[in-house]
Ligand binder design. Structure first.
Ligand code: FMN
Length: 396
């Protein structure tokens, strides 16, 4: 009667029946345990995500995006205080998909002791690759700031050794650090402890001392540490008697000193900054150095960046105005009331630079008021304007 045992109805079974335990109860317990473990994993994952998002700013970004994998520093937009804020950088990124963007200079006390460090550190994921520029003179503060930069997902940290403003001089950082290459090396090494790529941005020298050997010794001393990446604003900083803006115009530009540095230190990454205003200069200089950094021209004539990308073979035509403004409107809508129209519009004045319709463009932008959000203003005024006045119909 083997068959009768095998096919005995279930309800006739005792709970202590051996086959019933192995076939039904144990699998059921195992199933529940498995479910519990799976759910626990999901709960823990959710808790991790929630706590991470609580720590992170709304538009902050904690890991590097696709752009970062592609960046190569051939072309970058300079750090510019009060100009290259996050809204400006978002706009420039639309125009220049692959260039490296630098933040405005942020001092280490502002990040470490300020009431609202997120204000300086947050950025939108689209801005990547983005480098945080730091100002300061204390290695420990640099190390801590670089760790924060890593947590926020910056593609690099850059030390400011070029700013000549009186306020910065009072803090004994910026350009006056050129007097103490040993300290610059310590600061760069402290930044490097974070594992984030480090660069320094410096001048040729200080005041009226025009001495290439001194510059070379500076680079030699600093590069004996961890830093391999130097961005050279190719003029001296005059610490006395010149305002910061005159310090970007008066001291003579010496691009040849930067290319000489590249010849003397071939294994270092040496980039040129200062006075690059046309495509011919980019073409010529990129044969001699590792990259060019563009400042004022990128801000005043943003399409120059798109043309530079075309020169580098990274895009085949200018971005369409309609597309640009609609994208910008989408970005502004993310901010809503927090982004009044003038705060974004001030960065796009140069979009029509040198093209027919430039004055009408600027006039329209000038009608933006803080009572309206950037998104509403773009939708109401600038998007319709762009449809009627695309620069694609005109030549520069
Ligand atoms: C408004 C403004 C703000 C600047 N702020 C910074 C800054 O925060 N950090 C820095 O290293 N350089 C700063 N610079 C200097 C630029 O990064 C760049 O070195 C300089 O403008 C020379 O490049 P360019 O001739 O292409 O403009 C600033 C320049 C301008 C015009």
């Amino acid at each position: 009667m083997r068959g009768s045992i095998a096919f005995r109805p279930l309800n006739n079974r005792s709970h202590f029946d051996g086959p019933h335990i192995t076939r039904r109860i144990i699998p059921s317990i195992l199933h529940r345990v498995k479910n519990f473990i799976e759910n626990l994993t999901s709960y823990l994952y959710a808790i991790t995500l929630i706590s991470a998002s609580l720590k992170k700013p709304i538009y902050g970004y904690s890991s590097l995006n696709e752009n970062v994998k592609k960046y190569d520093f051939t072309l970058s937009v300079a750090p510019m205080l009060d100009w290259t804020d996050r809204h400006c950088r978002y706009f420039l990124r639309l125009i220049c998909p692959s260039c490296v963007l630098y933040t405005e200079m942020v001092t280490t006390p502002a990040i470490l002791m300020g009431r609202n460090p997120e204000r300086y550190l947050e950025f939108s994921p689209e801005e990547q690759p983005i480098v945080l520029q730091l100002g300061g003179d204390e290695p420990e503060a640099m190390a801590k700031s670089a760790i924060l930069a890593r947590e926020y997902g910056y593609a690099g940290v850059n030390l400011n050794v070029g700013c000549p403003s009186p306020r910065v001089q009072k803090g004994r950082f910026g350009a006056c650090l050129m007097k103490t290459p040993g300290l610059v090396r310590e600061l760069a090494d402290a930044l490097a402890e974070s594992g984030v790529p480090v660069s320094i941005k410096h001048r040729l020298g200080l005041d009226r001392t025009e001495d290439y050997d001194l510059l070379a010794r500076f680079v030699e001393t600093v590069s004996a540490g961890e830093c391999r990446h130097f961005i050279v604003h190719a003029r001296n900083a005059w610490l006395k008697g010149l305002s910061p803006s005159h310090n970007r115009q008066v001291p003579p530009l010496r691009w040849d000193w930067v290319s000489r540095l590249k010849t003397d230190f071939p294994t270092l990454r040496i980039e040129l900054n200062g006075g690059i205003l046309d495509l011919g200069s980019i073409e010529q200089q990129r044969q001699k150095v590792d990259g060019v950094m563009i400042g004022r021209a990128a801000y005043h004539q943003p399409l120059f960046l798109a043309e530079a990308e075309m020169l580098l073979g990274r895009r085949d035509r200018l971005p369409e105005l309609d597309w640009l403004l609609q994208n910008l409107e989408g970005y502004a809508a993310r901010w809503g009331e927090k982004l009044p129209a003038p705060r974004l519009m001030r960065h796009i004045h140069g979009l029509y630079h040198g093209r027919p319709g430039a004055s009408s463009w600027r006039w329209q932008l000038g009608t933006a008021t803080a009572q309206e959000t950037a998104a509403d203003f773009l939708r109401r005024v600038m998007v319709p304007f762009s449809r009627e006045n695309s620069w694609m119909d005109t030549e520069a």
